[in-house]
Ligand binder design. Structure first.
Ligand code: ADP
Ligand code: MG
Length: 247
């Protein structure tokens, strides 16, 4: 495949903290437009670090990351610009507590993108409606459940009209009854063709949503497979051991 057809290309990425052992080792992977990649692996294997490197939250020691064929790691493009194209949602929703839902989601479009309140407001209402939260538009974060807050956090990221979404264990801090409503929003995004990298410990969800499963261990890709292959017959002993925990 021509490399131009990849939306995101990670090439020979090396990442370590404070000159200690490498957290990501010669990491290479490419994602096509519309692809949903689920990243699995034991705690500490480098999943969050990988997403943080892609979003420019961590400096890297070597390698290149390309978005739309353009390097985002050569220091020439501002991260504030790149982050508009890469949406990220974390485990903790960090909405601004003193701002309403609507103010939270309009902040980026108005301050960073310079869009009008009218246009961004309409887009915001549409997205809130899509995640079933239009009636919470004027609520404050403290008035929402964890699942509702996380759905607002997803809307806030989508407001920037990103080309790719990164999700890092977005349901890990939620009560079990709220996990589904958040995963359903992500499933809807996948149906709409959004390109996504998803770190999760929800195995049924991973199997249902993924075009490809990446299994990481110690900062490297140990397996890269279609979900039915990975879950049906993982090739490595490390992946088998990992999956046994969830059975
Ligand atoms: P995962 O998300 O797969 O659980 P992380 O990417 O959070 O793993 O961490 C990978 C490794 O990098 C771990 O050994 C972790 O201790 C280390 N690490 C992560 N963040 C930092 C940091 N800011 N400073 C030092 N070490 C870190
Ligand atoms: Mg993590």
């Amino acid at each position: 495949m021509n490399q131009r057809e990849y939306l995101l290309e990670i090439k020979n990425l090396e990442k370590s903290f404070d000159n200690s052992t490498k957290v990501l080792k010669d990491f290479s992977y490419s994602v096509t437009k519309g692809e949903v990649v689920v990243i699995l692996g034991p705690s500490g294997c480098g999943k969050s670090t990988l997403l943080r490197c892609i979003n420019g939250l961590e400096p890297i020691q070597a390698g290149t990351i390309l978005l739309d064929g353009q390097s985002i790691t050569d220091g020439k493009t501002k991260w504030s610009q790149i982050r508009q194209k890469i949406g990220m949602v974390f485990q903790s929703y960090d909405l601004f507590p003193h701002m309403t839902v609507f103010e939270n989601i309009l902040l980026g479009p108005l301050k960073v993108q310079g869009r009008t309140r009218e246009e961004a407001g309409l887009a915001g209402e549409k997205l809130l409606e899509r995640v079933g939260l239009l009636e919470k538009k004027n609520a404050y974060p403290r008035q929402l459940s964890g699942g509702q807050k996380q759905r607002v956090a997803i809307v806030r990221a989508l407001m920037m009209e990103p080309e790719i979404m990164l999700f890092d264990e977005v349901t890990a801090a939620l009560d079990p009854e709220m996990v589904r409503e958040v995963l359903d929003v992500i499933l809807e995004l996948a149906k709409g063709g959004m390109t996504m990298l998803i770190v999760t410990h929800e195995m049924q969800f991973a199997r249902a949503i993924a075009d490809r499963i990446l299994f990481l261990d110690e900062g490297q890709i140990v397996e890269s497979a279609a979900p039915e292959d990975f879950f049906g017959h993982p090739e490595t002993e490390r992946a088998q051991r990992f999956l046994n925990i969830f059975q």
